[in-house]
Design a binder for this molecule. Structure first.
Ligand code: HSE
Length: 310
């Protein structure tokens, strides 16, 4: 019988307000699955994609999972090994939930597993980031690293992939609301100015440093003060209908902070208890429903597991 492995990679929230391209965490809930199987035909192919409404390419060089898996296969000198990938998309792309990162993470774990696990989970990161880069043109690990490794990850340097685990306070809960509209990360990156003022730099650095320290010290007041984005959110908020209203609802229901999840349109809020998170989620989805915008909400602790093999 031909050998096969089935892998799940979770959705993730990138940026976490003040950590543009540097900070992200994985959530429970949606994610992508990839099945890798041995094949008699030499080479890597994508045999099937489901759940994508026919939108994703099967060409290895154009598909996030394909690019990630191919980079790994090349590194391992296994180009002649027959491998078939089946991609089962279980979350929308262009959602701000790290869909391409989940596919890339699942692909490298599935192929590595099929080949007898030659690399450690950490060693797979550069190949998964290469896949993500195929999707939006930029090399950043703020979705891929948490999707692959679980937890909340701070990336000090994306090119070096120098990353660190951020301690998570007990009781921290994430609310994510996905309004059903599409924003491609590539487009949301193009509208960002490439300069910041000294004032913005100082404010954002102060917030990021305090957020990390607040998380490490389980100090919810420090988290509340610092979970703010003074650079990217003001530029991207106009892409998301009713962003300010959703943010206000989150804060009024007790959220420690609320901002855009990755490149949007999803938003996230962090809470110190799940009852408040439920209430915030219900009110935000109701607000969207009143404006005839379908949405989905996810309430989750920070997912510490990351990508797993079934
Ligand atoms: N840091 C990225 C961005 C995450 O905000 O563009 C989305 O891939």
């Amino acid at each position: 019988m031909r050998k096969g492995v089935r892998v799940f990679a979770p959705a993730s929230v990138a940026n976490v307000a003040c950590g543009f391209d540097l900070l992200g965490f994985a959530i429970d809930g949606p994610g992508d699955e990839i099945i890798a199987r041995e094949s008699e035909q030499p080479g890597l192919v994508i045999s099937r994609i489901s759940g994508d409404n026919g939108c994703l390419p099967k060409e290895i060089g154009k598909n996030t999972a394909g690019v990630a898996a191919s980079a790994l296969v090349h590194h391992l000198g296994q180009e002649e090994t027959g491998i078939e990938l089946e991609i089962i998309k279980k979350m929308p792309f262009g959602s701000g939930l790290g869909s391409s990162a989940a596919s890339a993470a699942a692909a490298v774990v599935a192929v590595n597993e099929l080949l007898g696990r030659p690399l450690s989970r950490q060693e797979l990161l550069p190949f998964a980031v290469t896949g993500e880069q195929a999707a939006d043109g930029a090399y950043h690990a703020d979705n891929v690293a948490p999707a692959l490794l679980g937890g909340m990850i701070l990336i000090r340097d994306n090119l070096l992939l120098d990353w660190y685990r951020v301690p998570i306070p007990r009781g921290l809960i994430a609310l994510v609301v996905h309004p059903e509209i599409t924003i491609l990360t590539k487009d949301a990156r193009e509208i960002i100015r490439d300069t910041v003022s000294l004032q913005q730099h100082t404010e954002q650095s102060g917030n990021l440093a305090t957020l990390i320290l607040g998380l490490a010290q389980s100090n919810f007041e420090m988290i509340r003060k610092s979970l703010k984005d003074v650079i990217i959110e003001p530029q991207r908020a106009r892409l998301i209908p009713y962003f300010e209203e959703m943010q206000q609802l989150a804060i009024s229901t007790g959220a420690l902070g609320c901002s855009i999840s990755g490149a949007g349109p999803s938003i996230f809020a962090l809470y110190s208890n799940s009852v408040q998170a439920e209430s915030g989620g219900k009110q935000i989805t109701q607000l969207l429903e009143n404006q005839a915008i379908e949405s989905q909400m996810f309430i989750s602790a920070i997912n510490l597991k990351g990508t797993f093999v079934y």
